[in-house]
Design a protein around this ligand. Structure first.
Ligand SMILES: C[S@@+](CC[C@H](N)C(=O)[O-])C[C@H]1O[C@@H](n2cnc3c(N)ncnc32)[C@H](O)[C@@H]1O
Length: 270
């Protein structure tokens, strides 16, 4: 046991050193040779415009949203900005469709904040339904990490999502936006009692294959043709069970999810 702990500690130290070396090389040697540079959320692009970073409305919203990625050994300046961009694109594109907006898995509301600050849901007459236990994962709908650090990862998210007064924080954050409907409850169960009849946009981000497949079971038929669903964890290796669950669900309906370099999954319902 002691030997295993020592090996893990050494491995962690090695990861940190490699990350520092990588960041230093990127910033001093690579970045100056390129016209465009995005480095965040374990996504590196060179010579791409990443035009959203220059949009004033995006920059303004980002000032009040957490863009870090939790435990991360890299110092990457752009954080999860590209994930935000995907969501904003999907929300903007869904505005013209019939139905409301839904997010399952809200945490402190950063992603829904970015959407509501940059896309005028109110003018379009949309409601934005946010669902979370505000107390972390429910034992009936666990996370199923596929990584050697599964136990540690589960402890980390239990600690993070179990922080005090997350619900209060989210309610205060959206208090001035009366089109945002915050619901505390376990997905999918709560969706049977309180969910829109028609959906234009849905974001699924619960770190649990069973909860996410359950949300699809209840809500997918309500998504309008052309409606967009974004899966936050779809392409991340440690969340492969979520990918498998979502793929199974969609394949049974002859639909396919696009894996994005951000780690998100994207589907436009036919
Ligand atoms: C990755 S976080 C969501 C991050 C969020 N989208 C954001 O903008 O930062 C996952 C959230 O899902 C919630 N959650 C997990 N399982 C759930 C379930 N079965 N029902 C409702 N919420 C759940 C957790 O409480 C946690 O707040």
């Amino acid at each position: 046991m002691q030997a295993l702990r020592r090996t893990l500690r050494l491995r962690e130290r090695w990861h940190r050193c490699a990350a520092r070396f990588f960041d230093l090389t990127l910033n001093t040697l690579v970045k100056p040779l390129h016209h465009g540079f995005f480095w965040g959320d374990r996504l590196l692009t060179l010579d791409k415009s990443a035009g959203f970073l220059a949009e004033p409305i995006f920059r303004d919203a980002l000032r009040h949203a957490d863009s870090t990625t939790g435990e991360n050994q890299y110092v990457s300046p752009h954080g999860i900005a590209w994930r935000y961009h995907t969501l904003i694109w999907a929300a903007r594109s869904s505005l013209v469709l019939p139905g409301d907006f839904v997010e399952c898995g809200v945490y402190r509301g950063d992603m829904s904040w970015m959407i509501t600050q940059t896309v005028d849901l109110c003018a379009a007459g949309k409601k934005f339904y946010l669902y979370d236990t505000f107390a972390g994962l429910d034992p009936r709908y666990p996370s199923e990490f596929a990584s050697p650090n599964a136990e540690r990862a589960a402890q980390y998210i239990a600690h993070r999502y179990g922080e005090e007064d997350i619900e209060g924080h989210v309610r205060r954050r959206f208090a001035a936006k009366d089109y945002v409907v915050v619901t505390k409850g376990v997905v999918p169960d709560v969706l049977h009692h309180m969910a829109p009849e028609r959906i234009a946009f849905m974001h699924i981000d619960m770190n649990s294959p069973k909860a996410e497949a359950g949300a699809l079971e209840v809500l997918f038929d309500r998504v309008a043709p052309g409606g967009i669903i974004v899966f936050d964890d779809y392409g991340w290796k440690q969340f492969v069970k979520q990918k498998q669950a979502a793929d199974r669900f969609m394949a049974a309906r002859g639909q396919f999810i696009m894996e994005l370099p951000t780690g998100q999954g994207l589907i436009i319902k036919r």
